[in-house]
Design a protein around this ligand. Structure first.
Ligand SMILES: Nc1ncnc2c1ncn2[C@@H]1O[C@H](COP(=O)(O)OP(=O)(O)OP(=O)(O)O)[C@@H](O)[C@H]1O
Ligand SMILES: [Mg+2]
Length: 446
């Protein structure tokens, strides 16, 4: 809108045709001109105000639209109350959750939405964090749980004219969390089963070793007893003949025929061998009892050198390969621990080495160890291909395996690591400079 042009006072005078000589007329004219000028000023001010007002109105509408769109896209609920706790504003999320309309709630106390005791929690000026409550719904029931926060609503001129409550329905979240929790429990159960399976596999390896170990003495005890029973038959025949009144020549003949002298000479080694076999069986059984009947609550002094050597025997016997042992362990190296699980540690490590050295021409395991103050350090090296650099940080993780489907569960080293950790120790892996994997075990000294 353009500025209205102001007619010059002179122009008016010139175009009026009134005589300028009349002083009264001149004064009236000047007054009119002044009035018209003032009106013009007022008019142009009015126009300016109107433009201003229109601009402010547009800005206000824009701000309102902006706030409306923000409130509409909020998935959290919003309730704005005045100083007395009466509802002034709510957002669409609250309306859709409770099924109320804005008119149902406007100017109503908070008890329109909340049970009395929950409404008491929220006071204008107060701060509430994470109060969980159910909201009333229009149908007469209650919604899912909503976690609500309340903060004072501040205004520059009026100080603290009310409060703002923001809330998030957590029922869905709770259900999702419960689902996650259940899934986690299932996974833990499955993991436990797998660990049990790994322990069973480890036990299986032990049993294979035991079977192999027992096979030898049992078979020679069996063959010795069989021979002894054949000798007994011959002796019975000979004694019967002697008691039957045989003459000397016949008796000597029979003695020759039944090889009685040789048989009598054989008795000692046969009995000795049988006893030795029985002793070996007793020894194996004693070993087994030591492994399986350990009181897990009581740490013992365990000779880790013997445990490692023993494990080596088991592993050697259960496989087909001939594995050389370079034994640099002292005769006795005591640690604080439980023998059974520690035995399992070495069986697992050595079994891995045996697997890794399948295609190595002269497979070898080297054991060394010493006491270091309050700790004992044992190092086990093999001369296999070693562990790929990118796998060094992963091999103790549960289920990490490079052995392919059916080859391994990938739990052996995890179980090993867990046992060492439970003993208050540490296990580390590296590759030897001349190839092969090296495992270092640190345990509390006994
Ligand atoms: N001495 C070793 N030499 C080379 N690689 C090894 C050696 N020991 C372990 N590894 C690697 O670490 C991986 C994990 O070993 P771990 O004993 O945990 O599982 P696994 O032997 O594959 O399966 P499982 O022990 O359950 O039969 C192995 O698959 C192998 O790749
Ligand atoms: Mg393994």
């Amino acid at each position: 809108m353009g500025e209205p042009s102001q007619p010059p006072a002179d122009g008016l005078r010139a175009g009026s045709g009134i005589e300028a000589s009349d002083p009264e007329t001149s004064a009236a004219e000047a007054a009119w001109i002044e009035v018209i000028r003032k009106m013009d000023e007022v008019y142009s001010d009015l126009i300016r105000y109107e433009v201003d007002l229109e601009q402010k109105n547009a800005a206000l509408e824009h701000a309102q639209q902006f706030i409306g769109s923000v409130m509409a896209s909020m998935s959290d609920i919003l309730v704005v109350c005045d100083q007395k706790g009466r509802i002034l504003q709510v957002n669409p999320a609250l309306l859709s959750l409770t099924e109320f309309t804005f008119d149902d709630l406007f100017n109503q106390p908070l008890t329109a939405l909340l049970a009395e005791e929950d409404a008491q929690v929220f006071r204008p000026g107060g701060i509430v964090s994470e109060h969980e409550a159910r909201l009333k719904s229009k149908s007469g029931g209650y919604t899912d749980l909503v976690a609500m926060n309340c903060s004072p609503r501040l205004e520059r001129q009026r100080g603290m004219p009310g409060m703002v409550i923001v809330g998030r329905p957590v029922g869905e979240l709770r259900r999702a969390y419960q689902g996650l929790h259940d899934a986690h429990l299932d996974l833990k159960r499955a993991q436990l089963q797998l660990v049990q399976a790994e322990k069973m596999a480890s036990l299986g390896r032990l049993v294979a070793g035991v079977a192999h170990e027992l096979n030898n003495p049992v078979s020679f005890v069996y063959s010795n007893v069989y021979t002894l029973s054949r000798y007994r038959e011959k002796l019975v025949r000979y004694i019967d003949a002697v008691h039957g009144g045989m003459d000397h020549a016949e008796r000597e003949d029979l003695r020759e025929q039944l090889k009685i002298d040789q048989l009598l000479k054989d008795f000692d080694p046969l009995i000795e061998g049988t006893l030795e076999g029985a002793l070996r069986i007793t020894e194996i059984v004693k070993n087994l009892r030591r492994l399986s009947f350990v009181d897990p609550t009581e740490n013992q002094k365990v000779n880790i050198a013997e445990v490692a050597r023993n494990a080596m025997q088991w592993v050697r016997r259960s496989g087909k390969q001939v594995i050389a042992l370079e034994d640099n362990l002292p005769t006795e190296l005591l640690v604080e621990g439980i023998e059974g699980p520690l035995h399992q540690v070495f069986v697992n490590l050595m079994q891995n080495s045996v697997d890794a050295m399948k295609n190595v021409p002269h497979p070898k395991i080297a054991l060394s160890g010493r006491r270091l103050g309050l700790q004992v350090l044992v190092v086990m090296r093999d001369n296999g291909p070693g562990i790929a650099a990118e796998n060094l940080s992963k091999i103790f993780e549960p289920f990490f395996t490079t052995k392919g489907v059916g080859g391994g569960t990938g739990l052996g080293l995890w179980v090993t690591w867990s046992i060492i950790r439970d003993h208050g120790g540490k296990i580390e892996v590296s590759n030897s400079p001349d190839g092969g994997a090296a495992f270092t075990i640190i345990l509390p000294a006994g």
